[in-house]
Design a protein around this ligand. Structure first.
Ligand code: GRF
Length: 211
């Protein structure tokens, strides 16, 4: 089990590089009581990321870690880890964080790290997943929440949601359809983890369904 202590709100840290709509979905789910966790900090590699402003609006500690301010990637990652360690994060969520994390970061985190990806992994990892799906001519795409390993979108899959792909779709229309599902899937994955309902068995993730 990854967590699940009674009466304890799991402390969740978030990393985001951009607009932060997935972060907002988490914040909203917490505010409405659907997601009983505490978002303890939002970090970004981009100083002017809208995600940081969204966090600040909610009085959630927000901090930028722009790579240019650090002597190396290791140094930048250490600084992020140290911050989340101080905040006592028990789960890290990559919500549109556009950097690959090193093995050092993943091992050093001391807590699970999950990511949301806008495709049905293992298809279409990496950048422009929606464009990749359109170019491949698939009839269905969707989104995936997975544990993070050192590969590019290769970690064990926790939850997936499909959406149809229409012949008239553009990258924009498909992205919007997928994003709507991302905003439901990510809070649900965090809820399941916080409730102690998610277990690893090698690459397979076992989820205990709600009673
Ligand atoms: C989402 O599509 C997410 O799946 C991908 O990056 C995008 C981030 O969007 N990893 P937002 O910043 O959460 O609005």
């Amino acid at each position: 089990m990854l967590s699940g202590k009674k009466d304890h709100l799991m402390k969740v840290g978030v990393l985001a590089s951009g607009r932060g709509s997935n972060l907002q979905a988490l914040i909203d789910a917490v505010k409405t009581g659907r997601l009983p966790v505490k978002i303890i900090g939002v970090g970004s590699d981009t100083a002017d990321a809208a995600a940081l402003a969204r966090a600040a609006n909610e009085s959630i500690p927000a901090r930028a870690f722009p790579p240019a301010l650090f002597s190396s990637r290791l140094d930048q990652e250490r600084s992020i880890l140290f911050w989340f360690e101080e905040l006592e994060a028990e789960l890290l969520v990559l919500a549109g964080y556009m950097r690959l994390l090193s093995e050092h970061f993943i091992r050093g985190a001391g807590c699970p790290i999950i990511n949301i990806h806008p495709a049905l992994l293992p298809s279409f990892p990496g950048l422009h997943a929606q464009r990749q799906a359109l170019n491949a001519g698939v009839r269905y795409s969707g989104c995936t929440v997975h544990f993070v390993d050192a590969g590019l979108d290769t970690g064990p899959i926790i939850l997936q949601q499909t959406v149809p792909v229409y012949e008239e779709d553009t990258e924009e229309s498909l992205s919007e359809r997928i994003l709507r599902e991302e905003h439901l899937l990510l809070p649900e994955a965090v809820r399941l983890i916080a409730a102690g309902k998610v277990r690893h068995n090698g690459r397979k993730v076992l989820i205990e369904r709600d009673a």
